[in-house]
Design a protein around this ligand. Structure first.
Ligand code: SF4
Length: 464
């Protein structure tokens, strides 16, 4: 067991924990795609024994255990082995949490995921690629992977009676550069060619560094078609300044992973959210035990900071949904906490300048019209942005002398406006007032703020 902490930005697998402000952090996913209730309850108890009792599900659906020390990582690994949990290692090849079970998916991606995983393992690519390089094979459906970033993406596309796989590189489904349409027979080879091209650019290279035209020339397609059009142009805004948001909405979006979902095999899944992605170990263990007694056979991690309980039928899930809030989970898809990403912040994290989760709770409790599921919010205790490393529409960052608002950027960007701590709540209320006063009929918050532009939004937060 290598207990040396990784530098920030690397991938904190169990074998290489990452140093954070509240101790070491490990991030893991089960190799088989799910936990039994007994195993997940046992894992929560291990997090209590060896960490600070906080577990998280990340935005892309991995489990994090926080507050470990160098001396407690190895005992945690022993406990994980004893629970029979096999942790995924190497280059992640990810699919949607209901892959193969969702009656609405375009194609079952599991065979392709297996083929790509085996092909990668047979090469030296795991040693040559950087730790954050990932592959997504998205079969579509209600809980698809369109919103999750990947270096290499295969997305199922219906083509008459057949299914093709669209290969793209970098970004999410809306922003990735399209490369080719492939039949299943050639899709795995195309992914391997793409990963090799990334590896040849060096250990720090990512999918976004690939020149699409060069990659297309490297690929030899049989049965492929010309790549589809690129992502739509960004909307204009009235102020002529930078736009707030770029990615399109609509059919590319995944449903919120909260609620009951009927499955292809007659079973059902209940999705529950973790407030700001976090749950205390004893609450998770208690929920697992109660779910197991009710008939839940497995738990899956879902992008969007959620947990899916798979049960024999719909009625088990409906009953479980009623008890989930008692264990600290979110069962209501309208809960405003689902709209906000927040790190622990101070005092849990030594680097924090702001109690990010407390601030996020305050915003959520205001329950303004801003939370219409169109805008993404991020409250970050400092500029590192652990809870949401990518762009959010509105990012609130803690500084030693107050709070900053970054519009359409990340926590590490220069804030568009800063306020003293005492003004945080008022600033947020002014943002809500801007939307209330300026929205056009039928316009959601994101479209309204995009139209108004960064300067107008920042000025509203700052106030008179
Ligand atoms: S972003 Fe939050 S969790 Fe990360 S270092 Fe800063 S305060 Fe700590």
């Amino acid at each position: 067991m290598n207990a040396l902490p990784l530098p920030r930005g690397a991938c904190p697998a169990l074998s290489a924990p990452m140093q954070t402000g509240d101790g070491l952090l490990v991030r893991l996913s089960p190799a088989n795609g799910y936990f039994t209730p007994t195993a997940l309850a046992g894992l929560a108890e291990a997090a209590f024994r060896h960490g600070n009792s906080i577990l998280e599900v990340t935005g892309r659906g991995s489990l994090q255990i926080r507050g470990l020390e160098a001396a407690t990582v190895a005992p945690l690994a022993v406990d994980i082995d004893a629970l029979g949990i096999v942790v995924r290692e190497g280059v992640p090849v990810e699919m949607g949490p209901l892959a193969g079970l969702d009656p609405h998916e375009v194609a079952d991606p599991r065979a392709l995921v297996d083929a790509v995983s085996r092909a990668i393992t047979a090469t030296d690519l795991p040693q040559r690629l950087g730790p954050k390089v990932s592959v997504i094979v998205d079969g579509g459906g209600r809980l698809n992977m369109a919103g999750v970033q990947a270096d290499v993406r295969l997305a199922a596309v219906r083509s008459g009676q057949n299914v093709d796989w669209q290969l793209s590189v970098g970004g999410n489904a809306a922003t990735a550069a399209p490369i080719a349409l492939l039949d299943e027979k050639h899709a795995c080879d195309a992914v391997m060619t793409t990963l090799l091209a990334i590896a040849e650019m060096g250990f720090k290279a990512r999918g976004r560094n690939i020149a699409p035209a060069i990659l297309r020339r490297q690929l030899t397609w049989a049965g492929s078609e010309p790549p589809p059009a690129g992502p739509p142009e960004a909307p204009e805004n009235d102020a002529g300044s930078n736009i707030v948001v770029l990615r399109p909405q609509g059919s590319l979006q995944s449903a919120l992973p909260i609620g009951v979902f009927e499955l292809r095999d007659g079973r059902a899944a209940l999705g529950v959210g973790l407030p700001f992605g976090q749950i205390e170990a004893s609450r998770l263990a208690g929920f697992c035990r109660e779910a197991e007694a009710a008939g839940v056979s497995e738990f899956r991690l879902a992008p969007g900071r959620a947990l899916l309980a798979i049960a024999s039928d719909f009625s088990v899930c409906a009953g479980l949904r009623d008890i989930a809030p008692r264990h600290g989970f979110i069962g209501d898809p309208g809960d405003t906490r689902l709209c906000i990403a927040a790190c622990p912040g101070s005092p849990a994290c030594a680097s924090g300048n702001m109690a990010a989760r407390v601030v996020a709770e305050q915003f959520a409790a205001l329950g303004t019209g801003l939370f219409d599921n169109s805008l993404s919010f991020h409250a970050s205790g400092c500029g590192k942005g652990c809870a949401h490393p990518t762009t959010a529409d509105l990012t609130f960052v803690g500084y030693p002398d107050g709070i900053g608002l970054v519009v359409g950027g990340t926590a590490s960007d220069v804030a568009d406006v800063r306020l003293p701590n005492a003004e945080i709540r008022h600033g947020f209320q002014r943002l809500a007032g801007l939307y209330r006063d300026m929205r056009r009929p039928g316009e959601d918050a994101r479209t309204c703020f995009s139209r108004l532009g960064v300067q107008r939004v920042a000025a509203a937060f700052q106030g008179p």
